[in-house]
Design a protein around this ligand. Structure first.
Ligand code: URA
Length: 435
């Protein structure tokens, strides 16, 4: 079998068989297939797509490229939540401690930022001392003790995805249904949780811009999970504007802490309540109404924030930052962006907002780039808000790229539309997909 023929077959729109898919995944993981051939195949998949059978074969081959977590001694139901990626999406930092406080186990493996979207691991590393690089045994000890651990994807789980994820990030091959579905589901199946809640984003800030594509992605992933014996549910949620007001790593951690204190922005708070409620209901912790009431309770009481702080301490982080988030450093260089005209913000291109944060240093252009944890954007006005000319709509922060402040400002302004009419409100949750 030759990689050249596999690329050509997919380029010409034909379906790959399981053997060919395994040849590619195993060869790439072993370092026998070079990046340029893997990138060419990803691009062919991007343009020609894959059937459900091919996507399932790709998912299982990626899962089998490494170990599958085996936790026979772990007591309790293990639940995971995963987002397909968005701008300002810090929900994992909020929902995982809520769910753990209410008695489910959350042993979460998360990713780094990808393209214009942020990643949970990068955000957590903004907490001084926080360690995301752990063995499965260390992670399990913390989950036993605290109910929750959030770590980076361990090198031994789905290594094929780790390699492909980094390659796709820099070759414009992220936003493809089979590549996203197999990437996410290979990790989820390797982590071997009992229940999975997927947050499938839709809109300008997500990889899937159109609702029908997001729904199709949700259906493919729910189908793969169900076939693998998991309890799985997917919510298709709005990403036509950034979630919350903060974009960028430490800014987002601070906003997640505020949300765990019950003081976060409404869109973020309500989405977190919904996701945590679905996690608990799927885990058999009661009906939706009861679960939702308990979710709101553990936020109001501070119990979920305490769980987050315990996890931070257990993972080597300084928990004082969780109770006094004003200690987080802010970017030394700042610029306020002012509204050029009066009117309602009628639409924003959330992807451009994510890219503006990236050029300030909050994300990576190349896979080896370092993150500036202080870099990012705090929004003072969002879609639907009325602003007068000259009022601030955002503040930009950076430590490492002050020369990019003007470019980020231009990107933000070009990505913001104004109108005399108030735009119609968009729902936060469009669909719930179950098997
Ligand atoms: N998140 C993932 O884990 N993989 C993707 O391909 C996209 C988002």
């Amino acid at each position: 079998m030759r990689m050249y023929d596999i690329i050509k077959k997919k380029r010409d729109g034909q379906a790959l068989c399981e053997e060919e898919i395994r040849f590619f995944v195993e060869g790439y993981t072993a370092g026998e297939i070079p990046d340029y051939q893997a990138a060419a195949l990803c691009m062919a998949i991007y343009f020609c797509g894959m059937s459900v059978a091919e996507t399932t074969a790709l998912t299982l081959a990626m899962r089998d490229s490494g170990a599958v977590l085996s936790l026979p001694d772990m007591q309790g139901v293990r639940v995971d939540k995963h987002s397909t990626g968005g701008v300002g999406d810090k929900t994992s930092l909020v929902v995982a401690p809520i769910a753990a406080t209410l008695g489910v186990k959350v042993a979460k493996m998360s990713g780094r930022g990808l393209g214009h979207t942020g990643g949970t691991v990068d955000k957590l590393e903004a907490i001084p001392g926080f360690c995301t690089d752990m063995t499965s045994a260390e992670m399990m000890r913390i989950v036993d003790e605290v109910g929750i651990a959030i770590v980076g994807q361990s090198a031994d789980l789905a290594p094929a995805d780790k390699l492909l994820y980094a390659l796709r990030d820099v070759t414009a091959t992220v936003d493809s249904i089979p590549l996203i579905a197999s990437s996410i589901m290979s990790k989820k199946l390797a982590a071997d949780d009992d229940c999975i809640v997927l947050d499938v984003k839709t809109g300008s800030g997500s990889f899937m811009k159109r609702r029908e594509d997001s729904l199709a992605l949700a259906e493919v992933m729910v189908g793969i999970g169900t076939r693998a014996g998991k309890k799985i549910r997917a919510l298709v949620t709005d990403m036509d504007r950034p979630l919350g007001n903060a974009i960028g790593n430490s800014l987002e951690v601070v906003e997640a802490i505020e949300t765990l204190r019950g003081r976060g922005p409404e869109d973020l708070y309500e989405l977190c309540v919904a996701l945590a409620t679905h996690m608990l209901a799927l885990a058999g912790k009661g009906n939706m109404a009861d679960c939702e009431a308990r979710v709101r309770e553990v936020i109001a009481s501070g119990a979920a924030l305490d769980t987050f702080a315990r996890m931070v301490r257990a993972q080597g982080g300084d928990e004082a930052y969780i109770y006094r988030p004003e200690q987080f450093a802010v970017g030394k260089h700042q610029k306020v962006v002012f509204a050029p005209q009066e009117g309602y913000i009628s639409a924003v291109d959330a992807e451009q907002y994510g890219l503006a944060a990236l050029v300030l240093g909050a994300g990576r252009n190349r896979k080896e780039d370092c993150i500036d944890h202080c870099a990012g954007i705090l929004l003072q006005a969002k879609t639907g808000d009325f602003v007068r000319a000259g009022e601030p709509i955002a503040t930009l922060y950076t430590d490492t790229k002050p020369e990019n402040l003007d470019a980020a400002e231009r990107m933000l302004l070009d990505a913001t539309a104004f109108s005399a009419e108030q735009p119609a409100a968009r729902p936060l949750i469009f669909d719930v997909v179950e098997s």
